[in-house]
Design a protein around this ligand. Structure first.
Ligand code: SF4
Ligand code: SF4
Length: 391
C-alpha cells in the first residue's frame, strides 16, 4: 500500500495532473523540469525530455529501508517547511515501505515489505539510509529477527536501482569512525552486483535525492558518478571553487576567531577549520531550507560531511587543513592580499587580484599546463602560515 500521495493520486493519473491538483501549474512544472535539466548537467534543451520522463502514468514504486542511523536523513528528505515542486515529485512516487512513517508495525510492517518486494520485483527503486553493522554477525542491528545485511541483500536483489542516501549508507558515517565498534560499513560495501549511487552528506540535501530519482525516471538509469559513487551533477566540484568567500581566501583575508571583525565581514573560514578546499559538495549551489542559506553562508566552516570517512579524516573540525591542493598561486596572493588588507580599499583591490589569479589559472588550463602545487610530481603546496596549527 503506497504511503505517500495516496489521497491525491488517482489510478492512471499523470504527475502533471497530480501537481495541478495541488495547485502547481504546467508552466511551473516545465520551469522546474528546465531547472532540473540544468542541475543534471543536461542544459535547458533537455527540459521536455525530463518532463516526459516524469509524466509517466506509472507511479514508480520506491522501497525505503532504514538501517543503523539517526533518522536525520529521512527528516532532511521528507520534511520541508515549504514544499517545492521537487518535494512534490518525490511525494508522488509510490513509497511502498518506510518504517519511520508507515502506520503498520511489527509483523504487518514486515509483511508489507515482503509483499512490496514481490509485487514490484525488478522494478522498484531502493532507497537506503543507515549503515550495515557487520561485527559479531550483525547483532548490533536486527529488525524482525533479521540482520541489516540480510535485509539489505534481499531488498537489493529485486531492485531496479539502489540509492544510498546519506553518510551512513555511503560509508558508515559516525558509527564507522574509529574504532568502529559495530563494524559499520556502507551499502556499496555489501551490494557488489549492481551499481549503488551514493547521495553523500550528513544529512544529504533533499533536492539531490529528488534529482537523482528524476534522472532515473527520465532516462531509465542512474546518473554518472565519480570514483566514490556520488552523482557528478551534484558532487563534481569542490565547495572551495564555488564559495562566495573564495576571493577572501585568495586575498589572505581570514576569520581568526568566530566573533572577530573578519567574521562579521564574512571573510574566509579556512583558519577556523573550513574543509571546503577538500570537499566535493553541491551545498553552495543547492543550499538548504528551500535555498535560504548554507553552513558557510551562515558563518560556520564546512566539516566535509560529503567525504568518505570525514569523522576521522576531517577532524579536528575546527583545526585548519594541513594542506590545501592548488594553494601555490593563492599563497602568493595571500601575501599580496595580507599587505593590501592594511589599506581601506583592500576588499576591492583583493578582489581584483583574485580575479587576476583566476584568469591566470584559466589561461594555464587552456594551455594545459599544470597549476603550481597541482602538477605531476610536485610536492603538496603549503598553507599560508602555521601549517600544523589549529584554529
Ligand atoms: S576555505 Fe572555506 S570559507 Fe574559505 S573560500 Fe574555501 S570553502 Fe570558502
Ligand atoms: S557545508 Fe560541508 S559540512 Fe556543511 S552540509 Fe555542506 S558539505 Fe556538509
Amino acid at each position: 500500500m503506497p504511503l505517500l500521495g495516496a489521497a491525491a493520486w488517482s489510478d492512471g493519473g499523470t504527475l502533471t495532473e497530480q501537481l495541478a491538483h495541488r495547485g502547481v501549474s504546467r508552466r511551473d512544472f516545465l520551469e522546474f523540469c528546465g531547472s532540473l535539466a540544468v542541475v543534471l548537467g543536461l542544459g535547458r534543451d533537455a527540459a521536455a525530455q525530463v518532463a516526459q520522463g516524469l509524466e509517466s502514468p506509472q507511479r514508480p514504486p520506491v522501497i525505503w529501508i532504514q538501517l543503523q542511523e539517526c533518522t536525520g536523513c529521512v527528516e532532511s528528505v521528507l520534511r520541508s517547511a515549504e514544499p517545492t515542486i521537487g518535494d512534490l515529485v518525490l511525494d508522488m512516487v509510490s513509497l511502498e515501505y518506510s518504517h519511520t512513517i508507515m502506520a503498520a508495525s511489527g509483523h504487518a510492517a514486515e509483511k508489507a515489505l515482503a509483499d512490496s518486494m514481490a509485487k514490484h520485483k525488478g522494478k522498484y527503486i531502493l532507497l537506503v539510509t543507515g549503515s550495515v553493522p557487520l561485527a559479531e554477525d550483525g547483532i548490533y542491528l536486527t529488525i524482525g529477527g533479521r540482520t541489516a545485511k540480510v535485509i539489505l541483500e534481499e531488498a537489493a536483489a529485486g531492485a531496479a536501482a539502489v540509492i544510498a542516501v546519506g553518510a551512513c549508507a555511503h560509508f558508515g558515517s559516525v558509527q564507522a569512525a574509529r574504532p568502529n565498534p559495530t563494524g559499520a560499513v556502507g551499502v556499496g560495501d555489501i551490494i557488489k552486483d549492481k551499481p549503488v549511487v551514493n547521495i553523500a552528506g550528513c544529512p544529504p540535501i533533499a533536492d539531490v535525492v529528488t534529482a537523482t530519482v528524476a534522472h532515473f525516471l527520465t532516462f531509465g538509469r542512474l546518473p554518472s558518478v565519480d570514483a566514490d559513487g556520488r552523482p557528478l551533477f551534484a558532487y563534481g566540484a569542490r565547495i572551495h571553487d564555488q564559495c562566495p568567500r573564495r576571493a577572501n581566501f585568495d586575498a589572505g583575508q581570514y576569520v581568526e576567531v568566530f566573533d572577530d571583525e573578519a567574521a562579521r565581514k564574512g571573510w574566509c573560514l579556512y583558519k577556523v577549520g573550513c574543509k571546503g578546499p577538500a570537499t566535493f559538495s553541491p551545498c553552495p549551489i543547492f543550499q538548504w531550507n528551500s535555498g535560504t542559506s548554507w553552513p558557510i553562508g551562515a558563518g560556520h566552516p564546512c566539516i566535509g560531511c560529503t567525504e568518505r570517512n570525514f569523522w576521522d579524516t576531517m577532524t579536528p573540525f575546527y583545526g585548519r587543513l594541513p594542506d590545501v591542493g592548488g594553494f601555490g598561486i593563492e599563497q602568493r596572493v595571500d601575501l599580496i592580499g595580507a599587505a593590501l588588507a592594511i589599506g581601506a580599499t583592500a576588499g576591492v583591490a583583493a578582489h581584483a587580484v583574485a580575479t587576476g589569479v583566476h584568469q591566470h589559472r584559466e589561461r594555464q588550463r587552456q594551455r594545459q599546463l599544470p597549476i603550481a602545487g597541482q602538477g605531476p610530481g610536485e610536492p603538496p603546496a603549503s598553507p599560508p602560515s602555521n601549517p600544523t596549527g589549529g584554529a
